[in-house]
Each structure stands twice: as structure tokens, then as C-alpha cells.
Design a protein around this ligand. Structure first.
Ligand SMILES: [Fe+2]
Length: 363
């Protein structure tokens, strides 16, 4: 009988994963040939893929067609200054997350300030010390890899949330409208940008926990039994559990957990009352109810804006909703675009990443 030696046959997952990943790509932009050669030589000790460009226009052409992980650019160039080049990169959604290391032989703190202000992430003065260059480059690439993995994980979660939503043909575009209504209300309340971003994400992710609810309950026509309701209500807690491991989604968790609480304490899952209910969850709930009322569902036609607001005001009188929020929503909802989250500046990139993911999934 052959006995396998565990130390030989245990798979080395880490090295397998490392091999599978592509070497990071660094783009060096410098007018002077010698400078580019020097930098190449300094970075040769690691397995980087190094591209270089003599002119910024050539560098921009490379960035159009290649996935670059780090740009090293000189402050002074003939065609365009280093800071101007930085501004172009940081102003373009496709390149804004690429870290930039700026180098210069021109002494003076004002150059460093100009470089950093234009969006460069690090600044080094020549003559460059090989060990310093290598250490900075390694640290910057580590950060870039972290950003990439966060972006990927978040995009997957959003695509998952969209998939949950699209299974129900009656709620198409529901998330987009929710995000638009919630942000309009958030803006009217003067909420910080971070809270508005949480509302935007909450618009997509609030019902992600429905992925754990059996179809027979989720799509049941007719009334749910008490037991089925118990299961249905769990989507708030399951959703929070799904998103909790992602630290960037921490501000969205209260929305996911508490979007079915009621002002008078009769909601779920925690029976919170009044201002105990997180404000972002109250906002999303108002938007959610308005959208349910103004779109057609199997059990009801689409109500007019006026009729929907009447019902919501009645629910506020009954004590179910935050009365001030409903009144404010009655005002702002008249001006919100009906089916688009495009009113918020961060909406376009998020839509784009969702589109990309959809394309990947459908391949
Ligand atoms: Fe829900």
C-alpha cells in the first residue's frame, strides 16, 4: 500500500493563488530615457510588468488599453506637467484609483505641494534611493490590491442583490427608484455625503436577505401563514449577516436590519419605536412604501402620486410612520426623477460596475 506523505501532498494554496494572479503592472512616464532605464533597473528585483512612456500622450494611450496598477511620473515633462497629467488621471473614473508616485529633481516644498494637490499619492525627490523606491512601490501596490479586492467583493454583492430583485418581475427597477427617492429625502434633510452613499447602497442591498427565503414563501400568492411570516421577516437579519463581513458596508447595516420597523413599535425584527429606529432605515422605508404604492403589483394597480401620499399620510396618522419624514417626502417626491438614481454623482460609476458584472455573468 502506498502511504502519501502529508507534507508532500498538502496543496500549497497560497503559492497557487500567487501564481494565478498577474504580476502588477507599473507605468513609468518620464521624458528622459536614462531616468526610465534607472527606474526599470531599481524595480527589476521584483516580478513587476513594467511599461514606459516618453510622453504623457503615449502614457494615456497605454492607460486606455492596459490595466495599470501604479504610475510613476516625473514632475517636469515637455508636453504637459506632471501635476496636469495627475489631474487627468484622477479626474477620469477609469483611472482615478490608480496610485501615482511623482518624482522630481527640482528642489522645493512648493513642488511637493503642487504634486500632492494634483492627486499624486507619493512624492520622491531625485536622486532616487533604490531601497526607498522599492519600499514605496510595494506599499502602494499593496493598497491598490486591497482597493481592487474590495471593489470586486462589493460589486459581487450588488449584483447578487440585483439578481434577488430581478427574480420578481413586478419589482424591476425597484432598487434604482428606491436609491433615487432615498437620496432626494437625504439631501432635503441635509445628510452628510457618507449617509447619502449609505442610502444609495441600501436601496440595492436592503432586501438581499431574501436570497435565504424559500420561493414558495417569497412568491406565494395569497396570504402567508403565521409561520411563513416568521420566515419572511428573517430577511432583515439574514441580510445584515450577509453584508456584515464587508467593513465598507457598515453604514448600510442599520438600513438592512431596520427597514421594516414601525414608528409605533409594531414592526420587526426588534420592535424599535420612534427615533430608536435609525434615521437611514426610516428614510428608506418611506421611499420603499411610496414605490410599492406607485407601481403595479399582482394584487393592486399603480396608484397616482397624490393617492400614494394620501395613504402614507394616513399610515403616519395611525402611528406606523415617522410623520415629519412622510410630510417632507410628500414635498420632495414631486421633483424626483421617476426611475433613475442618476441624480446622485456616485450613481453613474455604481451603475457602470453593475453593468460590467451583468455582462461578465451573462458571458
Ligand atoms: Fe424588506
Amino acid at each position: 500500500m502506498i502511504v502519501l506523505r502529508p507534507e508532500i501532498h498538502r496543496p500549497r494554496w497560497e503559492s497557487v493563488l500567487e501564481d494565478a494572479e498577474q504580476a502588477p503592472t507599473i507605468l513609468i512616464v518620464d521624458n528622459i530615457d536614462l531616468n526610465r532605464r534607472l527606474l526599470r533597473a531599481m524595480l527589476k528585483t521584483s516580478s513587476y510588468r513594467i511599461l514606459d512612456a516618453k510622453r504623457p500622450s503615449a502614457a494615456l494611450a497605454i492607460l486606455e488599453r492596459e490595466k495599470v496598477d501604479l504610475v510613476v511620473v516625473d514632475l517636469v515633462m515637455a508636453e504637459m506637467s506632471g501635476p496636469d497629467f495627475c489631474r487627468i488621471l484622477k479626474g477620469d473614473r477609469k483611472t482615478q484609483l490608480i496610485p501615482i508616485l511623482m518624482t522630481t529633481s527640482v528642489q522645493g516644498a512648493e513642488n511637493e505641494v503642487a504634486g500632492i494637490e494634483s492627486g499624486a499619492d507619493e512624492f520622491l525627490i531625485k536622486p532616487l534611493q533604490p531601497t526607498v523606491v522599492r519600499t514605496r512601490v510595494r506599499a502602494m501596490l499593496r493598497n491598490k490590491a486591497l482597493i481592487d479586492s474590495l471593489e470586486e467583493a462589493e460589486t459581487i454583492l450588488f449584483a447578487l442583490a440585483q439578481a434577488v430583485e430581478h427574480r420578481d418581475k413586478y419589482t424591476g427597477m425597484h432598487c434604482d427608484r428606491l436609491a433615487a427617492y432615498s437620496i432626494a429625502l437625504g439631501e432635503a434633510l441635509g445628510l452628510a455625503r457618507q449617509d447619502q452613499l449609505a442610502l444609495y447602497r441600501g436601496g440595492y442591498l436592503h432586501d438581499i436577505g431574501k436570497i435565504s427565503i424559500p420561493d414558495v414563501i417569497l412568491f406565494k400568492r395569497g396570504l402567508l401563514t403565521d409561520e411563513e411570516w416568521q420566515t419572511m421577516r428573517l430577511h432583515t437579519i439574514r441580510g445584515e449577516e450577509i453584508c456584515r463581513p464587508m467593513k465598507t458596508l457598515a453604514p448600510v447595516l442599520p438600513i438592512i436590519r431596520s427597514h421594516h420597523e414601525r414608528w409605533d413599535g409594531t414592526g420587526y425584527p426588534d420592535g424599535l419605536r420612534g427615533e430608536e429606529i435609525p434615521i437611514l432605515a426610516r428614510i428608506l422605508q418611506v421611499a420603499d412604501i411610496y414605490d410599492a404604492l406607485t407601481t403595479a403589483r399582482p394584487y393592486k394597480p399603480a396608484f397616482s402620486h397624490e393617492h400614494a401620499i394620501e395613504i402614507m399620510l394616513e399610515e403616519a396618522r395611525r402611528g406606523w410612520r415617522d410623520p415629519e419624514l412622510v410630510l417632507l417626502f410628500a414635498e420632495v417626491s414631486q421633483t424626483v426623477p421617476q426611475a433613475s438614481g442618476a441624480s446622485w454623482p456616485g450613481a453613474a460609476p455604481m451603475q457602470q460596475s453593475l453593468e460590467n458584472m451583468r455582462r461578465q455573468v451573462s458571458k
